[in-house]
Write a protein that binds this ligand. Structure first.
Ligand code: NDP
Length: 328
């Protein structure tokens, strides 16, 4: 029997999860749950139901894993603990500083319900965290580097849209090539925020807005732009739509380390991602981990887990025998 998946929240990630399920023959989408009027939410899978969120608890016995696709800012801190009491759940909570607190809340709820709650699954946190951890365990003497981009930062794009005189905007985070090269060359540089990334902004102005003033306000915005070299391009609404409507992202996790009695030999580990669609890739990671959540629950495990707690073979559709024969 296939693993029956529920999707709770149908935004970019919700749609991405639906597409990823289509590529995994051991899974099927049972239902999508939304806070909006279900009639207004059009999904792609004909066989699946679209239901109001209030109906979710009636699906307790018809869903094996509920994938929570709400936003990290306000949705997931509330929703994950609530639904971890009823279902095995997976979320992509990405507010790094609040992960310990989220873990504790989900752990208590999942243990109460006898379920598995797998949190902060995606690429960062997620695959990047895992690669940072592997590299640190293997090369305890060394330095870590993470570069993001080139990609769209939703948070920074939103911040620009809040500036007076701005109609719409997209912001790209771009790694500085020279910094990346210095790391790859084994120079072990100490890099400031400004030396690692630049920020490129594409902005559509409201009619009559003062471009100079808008540019100054963006470049000097504390936390978001003041610590970076920022470029502001003013473009038309049509150009923004045509050239900047995608949600690409990616980045690099590197660790340079030394081994040998006198640490005479240098090593570099690099993991890199180039993603046409950040949400579709994130969703693909989540769906693989949904398989793991299902298997962990079948074994009788309960409580909150992160990517660190899941053995790699649990992610694969292949059996242990198949993995040993073809992938080792
Ligand atoms: P969206 O804004 O597209 O969707 C979030 C929620 O908004 C949906 O679940 C949906 O819930 C609600 N929503 C309300 N109105 C609409 C509408 N008109 N159209 C679509 N959705 C609507 O966010 P994303 O899916 O892009 O991202 C969700 C979270 O994923 C982010 O907050 C981020 O934290 C996390 N993320 C994590 C990553 C990682 O690597 N760990 C990477 C990328 C993202 P409802 O159906 O109930 O209305």
């Amino acid at each position: 029997m296939s693993i029956r998946i529920g999707i709770l929240g149908y935004g970019n990630l919700g749609r991405g999860v639906e597409c990823a399920i289509k590529q995994n023959p051991d899974m099927e989408l049972a239902a999508v749950f939304t806070r909006r009027n279900p009639e207004d939410v059009k999904i792609l899978t004909e066989s699946a139901a679209v239901c109001a969120l209030a109906e979710a608890e009636n699906w307790k016995d018809k869903i094996d894993v509920m994938i929570l696709c709400g936003g990290s800012a306000t949705d997931l801190p509330e929703q994950t603990p609530v639904y971890a009491k009823l279902f095995n759940v997976v979320d992509s909570f990405d507010t790094h500083a609040r992960i310990p607190e989220h873990f504790a809340n989900v752990d208590a709820a999942a243990k109460e319900g006898g379920k598995v709650g797998l949190i902060s699954v995606g690429w960062d946190p997620g695959m990047f965290s895992l690669n940072r951890m592997y590299a640190n365990a293997i090369l305890p003497q060394g330095n870590d580097y993470t570069f993001w981009g080139k990609g769209v930062s939703q948070g920074h794009s939103d911040a620009i849209r809040r500036v007076e005189g701005v109609k719409d905007a997209k912001q790209y985070t771009v790694p500085v090539e020279e910094a990346l090269k210095a790391v790859r060359d084994g120079e072990n540089p100490e890099l400031t925020t400004r030396q690692k990334h630049t920020r490129e902004c594409y902005v559509v102005l409201e009619e009559g807005a003062d471009a100079k003033k808008v540019e100054e306000e963006i470049k000097n915005m504390p936390n978001y732009f003041a610590d970076y070299d920022t470029t502001v391009h003013f473009i038309s609404e049509e150009e923004l739509k045509k050239e900047h409507s995608g949600i690409p992202h990616g980045g690099f996790v590197l660790r340079s380390g030394k081994t040998g009695w006198n640490e005479e030999n240098a090593h570099l580990i690099e993991y890199s991602l180039k993603l046409d669609s950040n949400p579709e890739f994130t969703s693909s990671v989540i769906v693989a981990y949904a398989r793991a959540a299902y298997r962990l629950a079948k074994e009788g495990q309960t409580g909150c887990k992160t990517v660190f707690d899941v053995a790699p073979a649990y992610l694969s559709i292949k059996s242990g025998e198949e993995l040993r024969a073809h992938m080792l």
